[in-house]
Design a protein around this ligand. Sequence first.
Ligand code: GUN
Ligand code: FE
Length: 420
Amino acid sequence: MLLSGTVIADSETVLDDGAVVTADNEIIFLGARTEALDRYPGHEHREFDILAPGMVGAHIHSVQSLGRGLADDEELLDWLFDHVLPMEASMDAEAMEVAALLGYLECIESGVTTVVDHLSVNHAETAFEAAGTVGIRGRLGKVLMDKESPEGLLEKTVAGLQESERLIEQYHGAFEDRIRYAVTPRFAVTCSEECLRGARELADEYKGVRLHTHASENRGECATVREETGRENIEWLHEVGLTGPDVLLAHCVWTTEHERDLLAETDTNVVHCPSANMKLASGVAPIEAYRERGITVGLGNDGPPCNNTLDPFTEMRQASLLAKVDTLDSTALPASAIFEMATRNGAQMAGFETVGMLHEGWKADIIGISTATSRATPIYDPLSHLVFSAHGDDVEFTMIDGHIRYDGSHTTVDADTIRN
Ligand code: GUN
Ligand code: FE
């Protein structure tokens, strides 16, 4: 397929009258529109205002899609223990499947092509199947919770790890390798030392399996971990093996200088969730301090109940505005850096090496965006348009792994990809 328009190939490369040509699941050409038309005359041709790499939601909870607007004005631990965990505990397999499908379809329609998804304790296979059905790319994991957890979610340590291993065997590399596994202890408050260490051991047994958890989101959470372990949260995670280039830590709002150094020294990945951090009054994550240390930072919408949208454009805008009010420096987190967080950085930490930029030989994960509704034409700076003016509703076309998954107002589910 030949796609033409203003092509944002990566944060530094914008082609005004450009084109991307795809074959199978790859990009085989990136360059001028005229050259593409000459070289690929027989290809189906589609025009868009802007073409960009698919966005990466580096920390989401698709299973919380049914809880949108739940307990809107509560802080993290009350919101979690009084509302979200009981909701997850009450969900049967069917509810879990509906929630995952809703979440993934919302992602695809608003331009997200890759997710790192924190599932729940039960019925995780329904989300893996849903991801296969809709064709999204993702790093998914069943959640581990073996202490301080409500009935229905609390699991025996060994049973949770065994079920994770079964899911790794079944789904790591499934659906033409679009789906990979992340061992997912929920957070240090609900996971014993044995569980956290076991998660690391399990991830190390399988090539390419990663680790995904929440860390230092809220002061009450950090205080609980400090009381129980005598360590700061990230020091504790480091001690039990949950730092490293294969680890994604969501939030990291409350960190000491020593913890920031630890994150940098171990190459641990941080996922910034600005909307959730504002909505749950958790705080402002020190993103500039992480970036100064060379820590890879991605962007995540977190769960619908702590954000109310899976739209990556909203998240990019929130990241920018929050950095501006926090630093009072309009250049502290430029549009290009935020775009990288939402694309390349997220893909890299999710372990999809050739995703997140539109380059020849890379995966055909591409979105087409209309500028008609945003009254932003003529566009002088397409990249800052994406970060500051665009919305998920402007997405007209989503291609994942060479398959069209959303076209106009139409989500396309390819029957061939179901359970292959
Ligand atoms: N920490 C542990 N579980 C959760 C969750 O579901 N959402 C958020 N935002 N933080 C968490
Ligand atoms: Fe989360």
